[in-house]
Design a protein around this ligand. Structure first.
Ligand code: PMP
Length: 439
């Protein structure tokens, strides 16, 4: 290689071989993500991209998107309280009293009397000794697992658990074993093996209480029995359960009358509680330990005052108006029956989350767009969130949906379902669902 002429001087910067290929950029993957001819490029070109769509007006059960009013059948606003005047007033009053943000972590300058009130209220509501707040549900689960499960411990995790439990596993120094979804025999084989090979290991079973895509419940009685037998702790992520199901909205364990048997329960404020934030409840010592050792709690700013006041107002309403939960359950039954009698596959949903299976990914995007044009907003869910060929419209309902809104959702699904061959007249699966049960 001949060096370029530097007029008699040696170059001072790095010497670059002009024949060498330019070094790969760490950003190449970003360029490839939307590369011409790739999946996302095709979806964009067909104008089928369903994500990050802006909502211009949100009124709870309805929303305006691109100037069109649609029925919102794809939010987690289960109690329908995001636009309740009492809740909005509480949020505004908190801004007036405390300002807009805490500008610091709970550990330091970010603890308001409001945070302490909410922790006490939730611990009492969920019949546990103590509660700790986090700034999101995601941070709750990640921080909780990182804090509780340490080197030498083992986390037994359901394969369908939410991404934030997986994030907790990744930052924890503990070993993780993942058992097949809701398969307690599979879980037992792991518990037996670890107990035999590493009898000194601390064990925690971690599972979603309600699974967010299927709307099904964890087998809490079976999990409690296994946890007892093997001396493992049991942790439920009740993001889609507290304020949704169970005695007075107390979540999955209370559906089975097993609240006392579950060691740790977490939840979110981004769903029934119309806000943003998360919490965990359990025994005093464990919760105090988490408060002092969970990185996502210590090193991140606390929930802003308006968010905390929103949750307190929602909790008041939940306790004063339990009929909201009855209405929600009634709506979920009505919609499940409605979809099934049209010939749709809704898996074995047991909650206000009702998946409607439509098949492969492009079909899901096209179905989603046609539904939107028919005036209904849902969420298109594709692999890896669901198995290949099982893409679905994730629908979810609010206690405030009216009967006529629900009927409009079913009518839109019927129209689009027939057009796509997902259902056929007479309430049976359509031609597009005949191959292996998937489109
Ligand atoms: N757990 C589950 C099961 C969830 O579905 C979600 C949110 N979709 C979370 C935790 C995280 O909650 P947040 O939105 O408060 O971060």
């Amino acid at each position: 290689m001949t060096l370029p002429d530097f007029h008699g001087q040696q170059p001072t910067g790095p010497q670059v071989d002009p024949e060498a290929r330019p070094p790969a950029s760490i950003f190449d993957k970003a360029a490839r993500f939307f590369e011409p001819g790739g999946d996302w490029d095709k979806v964009h070109k067909a104008d089928l991209y369903p994500f990050f769509r802006a909502i211009e007006v949100s009124e709870g059960t309805t929303a305006t998107m691109n100037g069109q009013e649609v029925i919102m059948a794809g939010s987690n606003n289960y109690l329908g309280l995001t636009n309740d005047p009492r809740v909005k007033e509480a949020a505004k009053a908190a801004v007036d009293k405390y300002g807009t943000g805490c500008t610091g972590s709970r550990f330091l300058n970010g603890t308001l009397d409001l945070h302490l009130d909410l922790e006490e209220r939730l611990a009492t509501f969920l019949r546990k000794e103590a509660c700790v707040l986090f700034s999101t549900g995601y941070m709750t689960n990640q921080g909780l697992i990182q804090a509780v499960a340490q080197r030498g411990d083992v986390i037994f995790s359901d394969k369908d658990n939410h991404a934030c439990i997986i994030a907790g596993q990744q930052v924890s120094a503990a070993e993780t074993v993942r058992y097949r979804h809701n398969d307690l025999d599979h879980l037992r084989t792991f518990l037996e093996r670890i107990s035999r090979e590493r009898p000194e290991a601390g064990k925690i079973i971690a599972t979603d209480g309600v699974f967010s895509m299927s709307g099904t419940l964890a087998n809490v009685p079976g999990l409690v029995a296994l946890a007892d037998e093997f001396g493992a702790a049991l942790f439920l992520d009740d993001a889609h359960s507290v304020g949704v199901i169970g005695d007075g909205g107390r979540g999955t364990a209370s559906v089975f009358g097993l609240e006392a048997e579950v060691d740790l329960t977490s939840g979110t404020f981004s769903k029934s509680f119309s806000s943003l934030g998360g919490f965990a409840v359990g025994d005093q010592t464990v919760i105090e330990y988490v408060r002092h050792t969970a990185s996502t709690h210590i090193f991140s700013a606390s929930m802003p005052p308006s968010a905390v006041a929103t949750v307190l107002a929602c909790l008041d309403i939940l306790e004063a108006e339990p009929e909201r939960l009855d209405r929600l359950a009634e709506i979920a039954d009505f919609m499940r029956d409605g979809f099934r009698s049209l010939g749709f596959d809704v898996w074995n949903s047991e909650t206000p989350i009702i998946p409607v299976v439509v098949g492969e990914m492009y079909r899901a995007f096209a179905f989603w767009k046609d539904l939107l044009e028919a005036g209904v907003f849902t969420n298109a869910v594709i692999p890896p969130a669901v198995p290949p060929g099982q893409s679905l419209m994730r629908t979810s309902y609010m206690a405030t949906h009216s009967d006529s809104e629900l009927q409009r959702v079913l009518d839109a699904f019927e129209k689009v379902g027939l057009e796509h061959g997902i259902i056929a007249p007479g309430g049976v699966p359509g031609p597009a669902m005949q191959t292996n049960g998937t489109a």
